[in-house]
Ligand binder design. Sequence first.
Ligand code: DAH
Length: 347
Amino acid sequence: MQDQLTALLAKAAAELPALKTRPEFEAAKARYVGPHGELTALMKQMGALSKEQKPAAGKLINETKTQLATQLDAALARIADAELAAQLGPALDPTLPSPDAGPGTRHPLTLVREEMCRILRKVGFTVADGPEVETEFYCFDALSTPADHPARDEKDTFYFPASARFGNVAQKVPGEKYLLRTHTSSVQIRTMLKGEPPIRIVSPGRVYRRDTSDATHSANFHQLECLYVDKGVTVRDLKALLDHIFVSLLGQDTKTRFRPHYFGYTEPSFEVDLGAAHLPKVKKPWIEIGGCGMVDPTVFEAVGYDPEVWTGYAFGMGLERLAMLLYGIDDIRYFYQNDLRFLKQFA
Ligand code: DAH
């Protein structure tokens, strides 16, 4: 009987680890320990043994039973683990790089900014920069914007408290108020004070206004400013440049239109409308895109240029508005939400 029990355990040890499913396991278990199982059959042989043989045989059988039970438990645990693993899907290695982290895309505002700068560089402009924390001098005074002008109102402009400190973010002018620039026109002043004419700069950047956020407004948006100072500059040059950049950016069918307006820093001044009905989602024949004009003599005086010698034009426009036109985006808030479903559409 001992040989038979040893053979039975050896057989189980070979067979049980290969079982894959619960039904296979149940069938195997029945073959060993079920009512008609092999171990059960051996136990039944006990009856035929002599009184002396019985205790030793009983011990052997019990040991075998325990070992077999251990083997069966191990097989069942292995099958249960495999079932769970199958439910969980493929094995996960949290140390591997994410398969989703492919190359990023550039933000639509970056694309428009870069394209505008590329177009302007080709016709001789260089990119200039200025701080977002400005003083009233650069943002308003030097641009001939009088103290009572509505743009300077606390309702429209973010002013810093007098106690705020900024290191040397902006040039310190005693007693002057600091603010978040409301337009990139402040860079005109900084550039002219730093250098000598002729000047030809483009300055894209972030600006701030106390606007309530909705589909077309944001308290924080982007502008692109251009300034050209030379001898004998005329409105025709201004119009020609604007036509050129918008045709380059938005296509041959793009038109521009000037409407007389008032800005303290240009004379004459105009608002610029774009006719771009060929673009997707553009329903109106004309869309306001920015302001422009011929640099006012008082601005030249503020930076120490002789207005009898120098002439120039300047313009500023919203980059969000341009990107919305170019890509058919109908809500400015998409630009700032960092939703990958939006961002991934831009190359
Ligand atoms: N700064 C104006 C604005 O934010 C836009 C503008 C108008 C810029 C006329 C200019 C200009 O350079 O000459 O609405």
